[in-house]
Design a protein around this ligand. Structure first.
Ligand code: NDP
Length: 512
């Protein structure tokens, strides 16, 4: 594969320049006069208003002040994680009947289509970070269903580094900048990972070939958490979501990625946006693993543990549909930077599970959007459902929409003015829980090695050699005690794993 073949589209000077979004909107404009935001025509957008010449600028130059004030407000807080992203719109089409498992309207009939928005992202890097960096990728999908927006906010990996959300801020601190040096800290990363053996599965994926994809369209997505389906008869099924790339997997090695980054920090955006602009629409096959509620007892591990997959032998993949992305955003900021995905956005027929990480994300994602975007962020065009919205939330930032109840007198509930009412027919079936309220030790009795071993056994000799080298390269400057602690975990996965990383470390040191 030619290293830079993917970004040739940018160099094709014979292609006419795509009109900007503003130009497209302008096609419907009859009055092309420039105006202020209040709609008043602007007489001069070139020269400030001065008191004499030369002379100081008059405070009265409201057009200058408006422009500077707007510029000062062009940024909103970037996401603490998943800051840098690439997104596009498209459709989801049902290809297989899963109505036996879920009453969700989106899956109502084979051939049915639903509009979607997808945003993929790196996790640790800030908005200006390079795309071709080794990192987990976010894989978020908003399905605009007729019964509300369903957001599936996953990753390109089926598992995660931790299983208890109490550790999430600690974990993310190790991925971000050191408070004194303001540099990323390999010591912090490996210290945390080596003290948290549940991270081993995800660490192995991160440093394998799939930890550095070429572009968003060449990677799988996973819902990662265990979710639930329930059908029209009120029967619950536990479910895992998979999105298999139909473009094939493509990855960079560390050396290739270094060359890509040296040429462009925006390689994902170039390849992803460019492909859609050319009509080369990326597609993913959606599949599910399904286990009836009562049958989950046959698992010999916690099926709600985010550090573990469901082996396909325990729950085979079932086809559901296909996602195709076929429309780039007209305005990146409005439609991708302001896109708000949250696992709390579920619809009748799709529910949560006792996965601790999912439980916490249901709170924290919506909370992040309230902070970043404002109270009524769901009313922004990109986030607004395409079905009617009838809620009783009242005022606050961005209350730019009118009544959501159909009657101004119906602004509380219950009311006598015909306001919208609850619908018990969409209630989720009750879930029985057992045991005392306690801080159950999530590490007790958990085997953190068997699934990384199953993955390690999938790798051929070349993949194993690259895994060892990638890990050794990431351990530069990490104290010996921490390295040895991590090698002890690799040893428990497979003696070859520890020996391979140790040899790669020796080779790296010798080469320095
Ligand atoms: P299977 O052989 O039935 O499935 C293997 C899975 O691993 C496939 O989903 C495949 O995805 C994926 N895979 C194949 N090669 C690689 C690779 N080099 N790096 C990362 N993923 C790869 O085995 P099991 O279901 O028993 O799982 C074995 C191990 O595979 C697990 O411990 C886990 O680490 C990994 N895995 C399992 C998944 C699952 O949901 N069961 C999902 C993803 C990974 P694809 O078809 O896209 O190639």
């Amino acid at each position: 594969m030619e290293l830079f073949q993917i970004i040739d589209w940018t160099d094709d000077l014979s292609t006419p320049i795509v009109p900007s979004s503003d130009t497209r909107e302008d096609e419907t404009m009859t009055d092309t006069r420039m105006t202020t935001t209040a709609g008043a025509p602007v007489a001069d957008n070139q020269n400030s208003l001065t008191m004499g010449h030369p002379g100081p600028i008059a405070l009265q130059d409201w057009q200058l002040i408006e422009k500077l004030a707007h510029q000062n407000r062009e940024r909103i807080p970037e996401r603490v994680v998943h800051a840098k992203g690439w997104g596009a719109f498209g459709t989801f089409t049902v290809t297989n009947d899963v109505t036996a498992y879920t009453r969700a309207a989106i899956f109502g009939a084979v051939g049915k289509t639903t509009d979607v928005l997808m945003r993929m992202s790196t996790v640790a890097g800030e908005m200006g970070a390079a795309d071709a960096e080794r990192d987990v990728r976010g894989f978020a999908i908003k399905f605009y269903t007729e019964e509300g927006n369903w957001d599936l906010v996953g990753n390109n990996t089926p598992v995660f580094f931790i299983r208890d959300p109490l550790k999430f801020p600690d974990f993310i601190h190790t991925q971000k900048r050191h408070p004194r040096t303001n540099l990323r800290s390999p010591t912090a990363m490996w210290d945390f990972w080596s003290l948290s053996p549940e991270s081993l599965h995800q660490v192995t994926i991160l440093f394998s070939d799939r930890g550095l994809p070429v572009a968003p369209q060449y990677m799988n997505g996973y819902g990662s958490h265990t979710y639930s389906f329930w059908n029209a008869a009120g029967e619950r099924f536990w479910v895992k979501f998979h999105f298999k790339t139909m473009q094939g997997h493509r990855h960079w090695t560390n050396d290739e990625a270094a060359q890509v980054v040296a040429r462009s920090r925006e390689s994902f955006q170039e390849e992803f946006h460019g492909a859609i602009e050319k009509g080369d629409f990326p597609r993913w096959k959606m599949q599910v693993q399904i286990v009836p509620e009562a049958e989950i007892a046959r698992f010999d591990f916690d099926p709600f543990d985010l550090t573990k997959v469901w082996p396909h032998a325990l729950a085979p993949l079932i086809d559901v549909g296909v996602i195709e992305l076929n429309r780039n955003p007209e305005n990146y900021f409005a439609e991708i930077e302001q896109a708000a995905f949250s696992p709390s956005n579920m619809v009748p027929g799709i529910g949560a599970s006792p996965d601790r990480m999912l439980q916490a994300r249901i709170f924290s994602y919506a909370d992040a959007h309230r902070y970043r975007l404002g109270t009524h962020y769901e009313a922004l065009p990109v986030n607004a459902p395409k079905c009617p919205v009838h809620h009783y939330h009242k005022d606050g930032a961005m209350r730019f929409f009118g009544s959501t109840t159909g009657n101004a007198d119906a602004y509380y509930e219950p009311n006598s003015f015909g306001g919208p009412k609850q619908d018990p027919s969409v209630a989720e079936p009750p879930l029985a829980v057992t045991g005392p309220m306690s801080r159950h030790d999530h590490r007790a009795g958990n085997d953190d090695y068997v699934q990384p071993r199953a993955l390690f056994d999938l790798f051929d000799a070349g993949e194993k050699a690259r895994l060892y080298a990638n890990i050794a390269a990431a351990m530069g400057g990490v104290p010996r005690e921490i390295v040895e602690r991590q090698l002890a975990h690799f040893e428990k996965v497979h003696p070859d794993y520890a020996a391979g990383v140790r040899a790669a470390l020796v080779a790296t040191i010798a080469a320095e």
